[in-house]
Unconditional design. Sequence first.
Length: 125
Amino acid sequence: MKLKNNLFKINKIDDTDQGRAYDITLLADCKIYQAHFPGQPVTPGVCILQIAKELLEEENGMSYEISDIKNVKFLYILSPKDDPDVVFTLTKVEPSEDHKTVSAKVEITNAAHHFASISFTCQAQ
């Protein structure tokens, strides 16, 4: 299941000094939040990774599968109830010479919190 337009929507894309910033809104009415957790929705870590991958696909116009996760730091709970609007900033996007793999780092933030930092590699499908 694609999470774009189900779990989140993209509001705006900006190029910054740090990288490409995707201003997104988490959609609290998504079925995932009804199960995780009813009345107190929390974005599952695997969904945060999937959002990052889908944004990388959006940036490069390719389909990917995550092949390696080098580093993941979840620093603050990401909830559509408390913090529906967040920014995923893709930095250090480094495709291989043959463009079959791409490595990236993503920072998930808003004005009040730094939610997560992830370094991962994807394989083109």
